[in-house]
Structure formats: C-alpha cells, structure tokens
Design a protein around this ligand. Sequence first.
Ligand code: FE2
Length: 289
Amino acid sequence: MSARSENFLLRRYIEKAMVDLPAMPTTVMRVVRAIEGGEASASQIEKIITADAAITSKVLKTVNSPYFGMPRTISSVNQAIQILGLNQLRNVTLSIGVLNALNTTSPRIQALQQQCWEQSFASASAAHRIAVKKGLAKPQQEAVLIGGLLHDIGQLFLLTLFNIPYTEVQTRSKKQCAPLHEVERQVLGTTHANLGASLAERWSFPSDLVEMIRDHDGDTTSETLNPTVACVHLADRIVNRIIEPESAEEIFPLDPKFAEWLAFSDAELTEIVELTMKDMEQAKVAASA
Ligand SMILES: [Fe+2]
C-alpha cells in the first residue's frame, strides 16, 4: 500500500470518527446557551445543572481539582457559582462535555488526556495574564480563559482516537524540527486546529471560541488580527516551550504577525513565562498532595 493511500484511509477514518462522536450532553448545551444569552439568573443555572446528577458530580469534581486552587472544598453548585462566577462555570461545564465525548477506558490514554488537560489549564491562565497585560476588555479577558482551556481539543481528539498515528506525527515533527501543523497537513491532510474547530462547530460552541481554536496555531489566512486569538497563540507557545524547551521553537513557532501585535519586551515575556511555570508547579504540588 502506498503512503498516499495510507493517508487517504487515515483521513477517511478521522472524518468518520468526527461524525460518530457523541453530541454534547443536553445539560451542557443548556447551561452554555443560558449563560451566553446573559439573561439567566444564577439560580436558574443552578437548577439546570442540579437536575442532571451526572453533570453535577462532574462539575463539583472539576471545581475541586487542584487547578482551581480552592482554599476549601466546594460542596454545591450554588457555592461553585458564588465563588467561580457564571462564566467560569460555563467553561467548566463545556470542558466536562468535551471529556464526556472523548471518553476512554484505556489508562494510558486517560493519562495522556490528563497531561493535555494540565497544559490546557496552564494555557488558560497564561492567556488570561496576557490579555490583562495587553489591556483587553473584560469580556475578552473572560473569552481567552475558555480559548486557552479548549484550544487544543483537536489534539485531544487525535490523541484519544488515533493515538498511534498521531504520536508518529508528533515524533516526525520533532525529528524533522518542522512545525507540527505542517507535518499534520502532510500526514492527515488537515491540522489539529482545523479538526478542533470542526468539532467545536459540530458541538455548537460560540463562534469566538471556534475562531480561537481554528487560528491558535497562527497558521491562518485570516486578514484581520483577532486579539483573543493572539493571546491564546502566545499562551500555547509559552506552555509548549516550558514543556519542551529544546524543540518547541521549531515545532511551535511564534507567528510573526501575532508577535508584532503583542509586542512584549523580553523582560515582559520572561515574567509571563515565569508566572506560568509557577502556576504549573503549584497545580502539580496540589495534585500530588
Ligand atoms: Fe495546538
């Protein structure tokens, strides 16, 4: 079988797997729409969540995970809303929906998903820090939190359902010191960013989130520069450089047009990197406690 037909088959499998993915749970979609609409009260949101026992227990489990650094255990959805606010609760609920759809029984894949998730939390806090530093408006600062958290859902999808071929793509990118999105295009005919955006569209995610997912790699033909995308892009690059200091510069290059807009001095960049490293350390310590 030629390499070309192998790729062709892989692409077909990926397309089929996308179609076969489960829909977002109704509760997740109801929560997201109610919060997006801006008219639902905290008690209405609480009612929607608590009517679904499975989602309620997952929300509580997530908000009590080390990444949120809660000083005490959150024992009710009401308390979670009080402490995190509705927007963060929407983010948590959407993340639960994604993990639900990419459910796996393999302990090895579960460990990889966990690792992906840890990086996503770090990206979310870095993206938020960057947005604040750039003086973005409050709604945009909120938006990059969810963008940072979910920008790599395409990678999560590939690692979960196409682990062996996707690990090969990652290895080839490292060996060749070539940008990951270029190798993905050669092998898969698409990129994890584009796949992630298709998933986000399929799950009816808000359009600004779809854009952050699709363009986070900087590999975009978009004419206008979207500040939230630039924040998520830099956050992604910073986290990848922390994880793989030797090869990340080639595999995850910083897009020049985003870099130009961000225009951080070396000292400012170093500060963001150091604070992100601190976040990652703290989450690790809390996780092992
Ligand atoms: Fe990515």
